[in-house]
Design a binder for this molecule. Structure first.
Ligand code: SF4
Ligand code: MG
Length: 318
């Protein structure tokens, strides 16, 4: 059984410009210990998907539709209190985009990591601080930083603290929302190495959300490409990177600079559609070099390999 099973999840917002469909019917599974990367441009719906799974959507969001099973428990029908007691941080946690700057400036790092452990009153202070030491070592941080304040740490160390916090209650699945986007390239590589170690040592499953397909390839077992609130392609990392079927995936791959030939990275002309008024037919059609008459109707996901699916009329079912 899959650890996480998401069925036809839909998330919309009420905005001044009308109703905005941020996530338009997304289905996928993540197995224990597996990393599914969700890749797409900003505004594709990746953060809405993450926040929806954590049930931390902003107030102008309508109640999500669909089904979300985590470890067999249907999460969307739990009350907020049940979800907080049973799921959030315990089974499913998250490293938020840009969150390393949200550490409390005048509280010691160790106290902040201990907080989720002390919240439900089941762990006493001694046990909590024992766990903090374990978590710091898991995040490859020296234990004496426990007594330091956030301003005494580098950006990379702060991000390790955020990862330690996300692991505090030993969740089976962590959502990593652009976990390295604010870091320079060398620190980014160190954080990616840490995430790989955690995946291997803890058998930690993750939903790795990024705009960077090259980065996704570093950690992902499978990759889902998201465009305008939908998955337009999903498959193993090998399938999506090695034989992409959707024109958008091909464009994303073409936009990665190559070290091995002098091909110039191509940029993708145009911008993603406004989801208050999506285009008729295929959402990618205004930017698609392969668009034809067929594309005036909205394509479904088509199976095009073992476990590979693409949402395009030109894909041949196999
Ligand atoms: Fe392009 Fe048409 Fe395929 Fe959409 S359905 S991706 S417009 S070819
Ligand atoms: Mg985002």
């Amino acid at each position: 059984m899959a650890l996480l099973e998401v069925k036809d999840l839909r998330i919309s917002y009420e905005t001044g410009g009308g109703r905005l469909a941020a996530v338009g019917g997304v289905s996928f599974e993540v197995s224990e210990g597996e990393t599914l990367a969700v890749v797409g441009e900003s505004g594709a719906g990746k953060s809405s998907l993450s926040l929806g799974l954590m049930r931390l959507l902003p107030r102008n969001a309508l109640s999500p539709e669909g089904r979300v099973f985590l470890d067999g428990v249907e999460c969307l029908s739990l009350s907020e209190e049940e979800f907080r007691k049973q799921v959030r941080w315990k089974k499913l946690s998250m490293v938020f985009q840009g969150a390393m700057d949200s550490l409390h400036p005048v509280r010691r790092v160790g106290d902040q990591i201990a907080e989720p452990l002390l919240l439900d009153g089941r762990t006493d202070k001694t046990a909590a601080f024992g766990r903090v030491a374990e978590l710091l070592s898991l995040a490859r941080l020296p234990t004496d930083i426990s007594r330091r304040y956030p301003h005494e740490l580098s950006g990379g160390m702060k991000q390790r603290v955020m990862i330690a916090m996300a692991l505090a209650c030993s969740p089976k699945l962590v959502i990593l929302d652009e976990p390295t986007s604010a870091l320079d390239v060398i620190i980014q590589a160190q954080i990616m190495n840490l995430l790989k170690q955690l995946k291997r040592d803890l058998k930690l499953g993750s939903l790795f959300v990024t705009h960077d397909l090259a980065l996704a390839s570093d950690l992902a077992d499978r990759i889902a490409v998201m465009y305008a609130g939908e998955f337009v392609e999903i498959g193993t990392a090998e399938q999506v990177l090695g034989s992409p079927r959707h024109p958008y995936t091909k464009k994303l791959l073409g936009s990665i600079p190559s070290l091995y030939d002098d091909r110039r990275p191509e940029f993708i002309p145009g911008t993603p559609p406004k989801m208050t008024s999506p285009p008729a037919g295929c959402y990618f059609s205004p930017r698609c070099p392969e668009a034809c008459e067929l594309c005036s109707t909205h394509p479904e996901l088509i199976v095009c390999g073992t476990g590979q699916h693409a949402r395009c009329h030109l894909v041949i079912e196999s």
